[in-house]
Design a protein around this ligand. Structure first.
Ligand SMILES: Cc1cc2nc3c(=O)[nH]c(=O)nc-3n(C[C@H](O)[C@H](O)[C@H](O)COP(=O)(O)OP(=O)(O)OC[C@H]3O[C@@H](n4cnc5c(N)ncnc54)[C@H](O)[C@@H]3O)c2cc1C
Length: 310
C-alpha cells in the first residue's frame, strides 16, 4: 500500500471492498500473475526480466522469480508508472492451499488436525513469509475461524486390508497423513504391521509427533520407526538412505503384500525415494532395473504404491 501511497480503507474502483481487505482476503499478494510480470517488464524496461520473458523459457522465469514476490516487482518500476486499479486488475485471485489431514475422524470426531510448516525466509535483503502458513501461525488467532473445504483423495488411503503390512515414507510435513493412517488403523483394531520412515533436518527441533510415535511404538501399533535427521551429523542422511540400509526387510514387507505410501516434497524427495525403491527391488528381488520398474508398476496398478507429493 505504501508503494501506491494508499491506506487500507481506500475504496478501489470496481470492487465492493476496501484495498486492505482485497489484499488480505481476495488476491494473491505473493506470487505474481504472468500479466503483472509482463506489464512490469514493459514499464520498468528491466533488461534481465525482458531477456527471460523473450526466451519464453518457463524454467528460467521460475528461477528468476524464486525468492521474489509482487513487492519486488513493484519496486522495479518508476513511481506512479502503474495506477492502483491497474495493479489490482493484474493480481490473481487468492488460491486455496492444500493441507493433509493428520488425524483420523474415528479418534477425533468433529475435528481435524493439520501439520503446517510455517514458510519464512530471507531473500534479496527482505524477510518473506508464506501467505497461508503464516496466516495460520500468526494471524488467524485462537478461537477465530478460517474458510476451509475438504477435498477427498481417493488414491491415497489406509489399505482396506487391515492385515496387510503398511510402509509409510513421510519426511517433513509429509508425515501428516501417516499419523492419520496410524490412528485410523488403531481405531479399527487393524492387525497389519506398520513401518514409518520419517526425517527432517534436526532431531531436537524437527521431530514432529515424537511423543505420539513413541507411544505407538510402545503399544506395538508402530512396528518400526526409522529416522533420518539430515543435519545432525557431517554427512547428510535422508529417508532413502534408511530405506537402503533396510533393503532386505523392506522388500520382504512388499513381498508379504505390503502397501507403500510416500508423502511430502515432490522436488527431490519423491524422486530419490522412488530411485531407492527401484534399486532395492532390483537387488533384493535379483531382477534387472527394468523388471524392478515393472514390479513397481504392478504395485501401482494394485494400488499398493501411492504418492501424495507437493
Ligand atoms: C496435496 C498437498 C498437500 C499438502 N500438505 C501440506 C501439509 O500437510 N503441510 C504443509 O505445511 N504444507 C502442505 N502443502 C503445501 C501447502 O499447500 C502450501 O503450499 C504451503 O503451506 C505454503 O503456502 P504459503 O501460502 O504459506 O506460502 P506461499 O505464499 O504460497 O509461498 C510459497 C512459495 O514461496 C517460495 N519459497 C518458499 N521458501 C522459499 C525459500 N526458502 N527461498 C525462496 N523462495 C521460497 C516458493 O516459491 C513457494 O512456492 C500441501 C500441498 C499440497 C498440494
Amino acid at each position: 500500500m505504501n508503494q501506491f501511497g494508499a491506506c487500507a480503507h481506500v475504496p478501489v474502483a470496481g470492487h465492493d471492498k476496501p484495498l486492505g481487505t482485497l489484499l488480505t482476503e481476495a488476491f494473491e499478494i505473493s506470487t505474481p500473475s504472468r500479466e503483472l510480470i509482463a506489464e512490469v517488464a514493459r514499464l520498468s524496461g528491466d533488461a534481465e526480466l525482458n531477456h527471460v520473458l523473450e526466451n519464453g523459457d518457463r524454467q528460467a522465469l521460475d528461477a528468476w522469480l524464486r525468492g521474489r514476490d509482487i513487492l519486488d516487482l513493484l519496486g522495479m518500476m518508476p513511481k506512479d508508472a502503474m495506477s492502483l486499479p491497474d495493479f489490482i486488475s493484474l493480481l490473481k485471485p487468492l488460491q486455496h492451499r492444500a493441507y493433509s489431514i493428520a488425524s483420523s475422524p474415528k479418534e477425533h470426531p468433529g475435528s481435524i488436525h493439520l501439520t503446517v510448516a510455517t514458510i519464512r525466509y530471507q531473500s534479496h535483503g527482505r524477510a518473506r513469509q508464506g501467505v497461508a502458513s503464516t496466516f495460520l501461525a500468526d494471524r488467524v488467532g485462537e478461537g477465530k475461524t478460517a474458510p476451509i473445504f475438504l477435498s477427498p483423495n481417493r488414491a491415497f488411503r489406509v489399505p482396506e486390508n487391515d492385515a496387510a503390512p503398511m510402509i509409510m515414507i513421510g519426511p517433513g510435513t509429509g508425515v501428516a497423513p501417516f499419523r492419520a493412517f496410524l490412528q485410523e488403523r488403531r481405531a479399527r483394531g487393524a492387525k497389519g504391521r506398520n513401518w514409518l520412515f520419517f526425517g527432517d533436518q534436526h532431531r531436537d527441533r524437527d521431530f514432529l509427533y515424537q511423543d505420539d510415535f513413541a507411544a505407538m511404538q510402545v503399544s506395538g501399533l508402530l512396528t518400526r520407526l526409522d529416522l533420518a535427521f539430515s543435519r545432525d551429523q557431517a554427512e547428510k542422511v535422508y529417508v532413502q538412505h534408511r530405506m537402503r540400509e533396510n533393503a532386505r526387510e523392506l522388500f520382504a514387507w512388499l513381498e508379504d503384500g505390503g502397501y507403500l505410501s510416500v508423502c511430502g516434497d515432490a522436488t527431490h524427495m519423491a524422486t530419490d525415494v522412488e530411485q531407492a525403491l527401484v534399486e532395492i527391488i532390483a537387488s533384493e528381488g535379483a531382477m534387472s532395473a527394468d523388471d524392478a520398474e515393472a514390479y513397481l508398476d504392478r504395485l501401482r496398478k494394485e494400488k499398493r504404491y501411492a504418492r501424495d507429493v507437493y
